[in-house]
Design a protein around this ligand. Structure first.
Ligand code: B12
Length: 216
């Protein structure tokens, strides 16, 4: 089905995108549905950049529009004040500075009551390990948008093994190039490349954790 919002985003039509987002909020679409349409539109921006139809300035424009979309959506994202579970460490892997998707996931997780320690972008494998160790996090979320940075995620998992932390933390990878193959190659436990799937995974991990605590 043709999605007007996805097309407006792909065409970098700022006014139309923001108008459609506002209309959809008022019509009762969920924030997740709206973010997903925008994400698909931005994916087309990326394809047009690969085909040399768009330039780097267009990638930057998509970033600006997406930030404005989030500003419209934030007041509509329900906040759950009750704190859930233990801490989550999140960051974008070394060499990669893409953070829009990571920030959206963090925003949604915090709104849902999760405690998230955001390490930012260009995070070295060693820094991920230090943060997991210090915060005793039970979930480590790693974002990657550049295919050539995937190898560093494998290094994170290998270092977790070396540090004796692998069985204490679930590793979740996410981002545009991530798929089952990337999950297997890196040794991660879960992967997601959209908001709905990402939040589902975090809730599932939390439930598993709670059931193992109540059994012990
Ligand atoms: C915007 C953008 C930029 C912005 C980033 C701004 C920012 N603050 O993030 C700027 C202009 C800075 C940029 C720079 C570059 N970019 Co860029 N960029 C994009 C673009 C168009 C959109 C990314 C985005 O924000 N999408 C929207 C968000 C909402 O989606 P998302 O990131 O996928 O996140 C969602 C899910 O994946 C998931 N998720 C994400 N992270 C995580 C983490 C976890 C734990 C979980 C569970 C889920 C999850 O949930 C999110 C919400 O739905 C993509 C195209 C694409 N297809 O992704 C190219 C793209 C990623 N960029 C690309 C390139 C090449 C570059 C540059 C090298 C360009 C250059 N010549 O300088 C630089 C690299 C800079 C660097 N070292 O990182 C390529 C990468 C190609 C590849 N295969 O490696 C892409 C794919 C474009 C293309 N098709 O060629 N870019």
């Amino acid at each position: 089905m043709e999605d007007e919002l996805q097309i407006a985003m792909a065409e970098l039509d700022e006014d139309k995108t923001l108008l459609l987002v506002t209309e959809r909020v008022q019509a009762g679409y969920t924030s997740m549905e709206i973010i997903e349409s925008c994400r698909r539109g931005v994916e087309i921006v990326g394809e047009k950049y690969s085909d040399s139809h768009y330039y780097l300035s267009d990638l930057i424009m998509s970033e600006e529009i997406l930030k404005e979309v989030m500003q419209i959506l934030e007041p509509y994202i329900p906040v759950n004040a009750a704190q859930k579970g233990r801490s989550i460490v999140m960051g974008t892997i070394e060499g990669d500075i893409h953070d829009l998707g990571k920030n959206i996931i963090i925003y949604l997780l915090r709104s849902a009551g999760f405690q998230v320690n955001d390490l930012g972008v260009d995070v070295t494998p060693e820094r991920f390990i230090k943060a997991v160790d210090e915060t005793k996090a039970s979930i480590l979320g790693i974002s990657v948008l550049l295919s050539f940075c995937v190898g560093s995620i494998k290094k994170v998992v290998d270092l977790l093994v070396d540090a004796g932390l692998r069985d204490k933390v679930k590793v979740v990878v996410g981002g545009y190039p991530v798929n089952q193959q990337v999950k297997e190659f890196t040794g991660a436990d879960f992967y997601a490349n959209d908001v709905t799937e990402a939040l589902k995974i975090y809730h599932e991990i939390l439930e598993l954790e709670e059931s193992s605590v109540s059994e012990s």
